[in-house]
Design a binder for this molecule. Structure first.
Ligand code: ATP
Length: 276
């Protein structure tokens, strides 16, 4: 059964390089290609998602910083939403007409002070997004990889949380710490739930996973339960090239690499508003 409101999906991870921005980006691009209007929120001052999407922050245009620190009267949220530019690939135009972004830059770090003093930081982003949510089929938030107030307000904005974790020891540790964060705040967020865990950059030699990949993915399964384990992202330069060229693996002739995104999108599908 489909929902009647726009879900917010948040990629979570308490270590750098776990694949949060990649999963957010690839999921959004995939859903956009299906005709679903997607609003990305770059909640990380490192602003990887903003640069992956090719959005340039203009000096006098509001970013997520103003959305969080200023009132709707002072900065209407709509003014912070940037269209994602189309991309030229060889002789083709890759259309991004369904993709939008509230961008960030390193100044977003300052939002932590406002959030720390607001008293409702867990719900601030969720409340702010509510008024424009109906214009989109899905909202995808990419938070910073630490226990900051920005990470907390991102967590609180989410209806569904996805945890990407590198297929190695560091990834397992990041998963454990991220689950602790979720457990700590879950009682205050009864509307949120974990959609799944995605092992990131799984390494294979020939037809077999490496020992580190196999061991870490099975440890993740024991920690969260097999029902929540989603297909892994393979370690591959194709993803990196796709990110750098601002397209999808499918646009580079490698649709099979999008299998984990396809499965993720199928899990997201039932939560989308019914017109999608
Ligand atoms: P941070 O929180 O530090 O910004 P992150 O969790 O958002 O990191 P990503 O930026 O998504 O992690 O990914 C880390 C790096 O992995 C990026 O440089 C990206 O280009 C690269 N990458 C993405 N997908 C793959 C892949 N399948 N194989 C190899 N490298 C990849």
């Amino acid at each position: 059964m489909q929902g009647n409101y726009t879900p917010t999906i948040v990629t979570l991870g308490l270590a750098g390089g776990q694949g949060k921005s990649t999963v957010a980006l690839m999921l959004g691009r995939y859903l956009g290609r299906l005709g679903i209007p997607v609003l990305f929120i770059d909640a990380d001052p490192q602003s990887s998602l903003t640069s992956f999407l090719g959005v340039k922050v203009q000096p006098n245009t509001p970013t997520l910083l103003e959305v969080i620190t200023q009132s709707e009267e002072k900065t209407p949220l709509i003014n912070a939403i940037a269209p994602v530019p189309d991309v030229q690939l060889d002789n083709r135009t890759i259309s991004n007409t369904n993709l939008f972004l509230i961008p960030s830059d390193d100044g977003l770090e300052n939002a932590n002070y406002k959030l720390a003093s607001s008293g409702i930081s867990l719900f601030l982003l969720r409340n702010r997004l509510r008024q424009i949510a109906n214009n989109f089929g899905v909202i995808i938030v990419d938070p910073p990889p630490e226990r900051s107030h920005l990470a907390q307000t991102s967590l609180g904005a989410g209806d569904k949380w996805i945890i990407p974790a590198e297929a190695n020891v560091k990834g397992v540790q990041s998963l454990v710490r991220t689950l602790e964060l979720v457990k700590e705040f879950q009682p205050a967020l009864p509307y949120g739930s974990l959609l799944g865990v995605i092992p990131f950059r799984a390494k294979w030699t020939g037809v077999n996973p490496t020992k580190a990949t196999k061991t870490s993915i099975s440890a993740m399964g024991e920690i969260v339960g097999l029902d929540l384990m989603l297909p892994h992202f393979l370690e591959s330069d194709v993803y990196k090239n796709a990110i750098n060229q601002r397209v999808s693996p499918t646009d580079l002739g490698q649709p099979s690499l999008e299998y984990p995104i396809q499965v993720l999108a199928q899990k997201v599908g039932p939560t989308l508003p019914e017109q999608y």
